[in-house]
Design a protein around this ligand. Structure first.
Ligand SMILES: *Cc1c(COP(=O)(O)O)cnc(C)c1O
Length: 232
C-alpha cells in the first residue's frame, strides 16, 4: 500500500510542478513517518523515498540506526532544547526553530559536536494560538539574531497553516510566507539564504508547490491515517 501511495503522491508532485512551470528537482518530497513502524518506512524507501520527516527526537533516535544510511532525516516537530544534542549529525535539516534560545542551543551543540547544522525558521503564519512558530512580525528579527551564531545556517522558512478542507483556503498563507522570504532575502544578510520553503502537507501540498514550496511534508497520503492510541 505504501509503495502505491508514494507513487501516487510523486505523480501529484510532478503534476503540480508542471502546472507551476517548476522543475521536479526543485521540490523535495518528505515522507512524514511519525508514529509509523519501521517496516512501513522500509516500504517507502524501496519505493524511492529518501527524505523522511519525524516530529519527535526519540523516534529519530529509534529509527535512525535501523534504516539505510542514505536516508535524509528531517526534524519537523517542536524541539525542546535539552534534546537538541541527540540530533547532531543525524538530521539534514531542522525545520522548527522558533526562538533565539533554541537557535543558540543548536549552535552550541553544533560547535561542541563539530558539525554544521542547517535550520529553517518556523513562522506561525496564521497567528494560531495552538501552533508553534514565531509571529510574522518577529521573524526578521529572529533571522538577524540567529544568523550571527556559529555553525548554524538559516536556509529558509517553514510554516504549518491551518487545517482546512479546501486547500485553496491556504493559498494566501503560502503566498505570504513566500513574500516574507523574498523580503528577508532582499536584506542580503550574512549566513542567511532563503532558498528553502517548507510548506504543504497531505491536504494542501499541491497548492503549496504552486506557490513556491521547495519542501513538502506529506504523511497521511503516503502512510495512511495515524493512530495516536498507542504510546507513540
Ligand atoms: C504530521 C506533520 C505533517 C504531515 O501531515 P499530513 O497531513 O499527515 O501529511 C507535516 N508537517 C508537520 C510539521 C507535521 O507534524
Amino acid at each position: 500500500m505504501v509503495a502505491e501511495n508514494f507513487a501516487e503522491v510523486e505523480k501529484r508532485v510532478c503534476a503540480a510542478c508542471e502546472r507551476a512551470g517548476r522543475n521536479r528537482s526543485d521540490v523535495t518530497l518528505i515522507a512524514v513517518s511519525k508514529t509509523k513502524p519501521v517496516p512501513m518506512l522500509e516500504e517507502a524507501y524501496a519505493a524511492g523515498a529518501r527524505d523522511f520527516g519525524e516530529n519527535k527526537v526519540q523516534e529519530i533516535m529509534d529509527k535512525y540506526p535501523v534504516l539505510p544510511e542514505d536516508i535524509r532525516w528531517h526534524m519537523i516537530g517542536h524541539l525542546q532544547r535539552n534534546k537538541v544534542k541527540y540530533l547532531m549529525g543525524r538530521v539534514v535539516l531542522i525545520h522548527s526553530v522558533d526562538s533565539l534560545r533554541l537557535a543558540e542551543e543548536i549552535s552550541a551543540q553544533s560547535v561542541k559536536h563539530d558539525v554544521d547544522t542547517d535550520i529553517l525558521i518556523e513562522v506561525n503564519i496564521a497567528g494560531e494560538e495552538s501552533k508553534f512558530g514565531i509571529s510574522r512580525d518577529e521573524t526578521i528579527n529572529l533571522v538577524e539574531e540567529a544568523a550571527k551564531l556559529p555553525r548554524i545556517h538559516i536556509k529558509g522558512l517553514m510554516a504549518v497553516p491551518p487545517f482546512v478542507d479546501d486547500p485553496e483556503d491556504n493559498r494566501g498563507y503560502f503566498r505570504e510566507i513566500k513574500e516574507l522570504s523574498v523580503d528577508i532575502s532582499a536584506k542580503k544578510l550574512d549566513n542567511v539564504s532563503m532558498c528553502m520553503l517548507s510548506m504543504g502537507m497531505t491536504g494542501d501540498f499541491e497548492v503549496a508547490i504552486e506557490e513556491g514550496a521547495t519542501l513538502v511534508r506529506v504523511g497521511t497520503a503516503i502512510f495512511g491515517e495515524r493512530d495516536y492510541g498507542n504510546k507513540l
